[in-house]
Design a protein around this ligand. Structure first.
Ligand SMILES: Cc1cc2nc3c(=O)[nH]c(=O)nc-3n(C[C@H](O)[C@H](O)[C@H](O)COP(=O)(O)OP(=O)(O)OC[C@H]3O[C@@H](n4cnc5c(N)ncnc54)[C@H](O)[C@@H]3O)c2cc1C
Length: 192
């Protein structure tokens, strides 16, 4: 029997990396699978609130390190399909086998081929150069039970502050559903 992850996130750009950080920090068994084709690898940011300037590669690497610090497992591979599994959803990869998940978050940037193959409904995009996006509700849920979407692929404005925030939002919604109550993650400043 495959190991059951609480949340498998597909795509380690700002949306997926941020979702993985929140999921892992909440104590959820989290897997982040990425094919290393992020559009953010070509970006230079001077408009991400709280950071004076940062390269796309540095933002992504820092995000992955933050998620790993709290226990997220990282796999570099292409996800080829998501099908109904014995315990939840089975995430199939090209080379590293399959992984079982209670919930899957699609954070695949400009790519909707995986979503379409998995039977996830798409619609026309509104943002420049983003032709098709996944059809999500306000929570980030798709038409397929257990599959959610966040970031560019979910149709939000294509800026790192927004895609990373959307990844966090959707992860918080998944965590809340798993916990059966609204989740909040607040660390308090230590004073002495
Ligand atoms: C040249 C350029 C300059 C930019 N400059 C700025 C800027 O100055 N400021 C700003 O805010 N934004 C900028 N952006 C936009 C910014 O990159 C995006 O807003 C944001 O990073 C998109 O994040 P994302 O996580 O949705 O997608 P991405 O960063 O594209 O990540 C998606 C990830 O999903 C993975 N993936 C896709 N399909 C699969 C699959 N089947 N299996 C496994 N993994 C998969 C990909 O490999 C990729 O790593 C720029 C973008 C570009 C291209």
């Amino acid at each position: 029997m495959l190991v059951l992850f609480d949340i498998v996130i597909i795509g380690a750009g700002p949306a997926g990396g941020s979702a993985a950080l929140f999921a892992a920090k909440a104590g959820k068994k989290t897997l982040l699978v990425d094919s290393d084709k992020s559009m953010t690898k070509r970006a230079w940011m001077e408009n991400h609130y709280g950071i004076m300037e940062i390269s796309g590669p540095d933002l992504i690497e820092t995000g992955k390190k933050q998620a790993a610090k709290f226990g997220a497992e990282l796999v570099t591979d292409q996800v080829t399909n998501i099908v109904k599994g014995e315990q939840g959803l089975t995430v199939e990869t090209a080379e590293k086998g399959s992984f079982e998940a209670k919930h899957v978050i699609l954070a695949t940037g400009a790519l909707v081929d995986l979503a379409e193959k998995a039977g996830v409904a798409t619609k026309a995009g509104t943002e420049p150069r983003i032709k098709t996006v996944v059809d999500v509700d306000a929570q980030g849920k798709t038409n397929v039970a257990g599959i959610w979407a966040a970031g560019t692929v979910a149709g939000v404005s294509v800026h790192t502050i927004i895609t990373s925030g959307d990844g966090a939002k959707v992860a918080i919604n998944v965590i809340s559903e798993l916990n059966g109550e609204r989740y909040v993650d607040h660390d308090v400043l230590k004073t002495n």
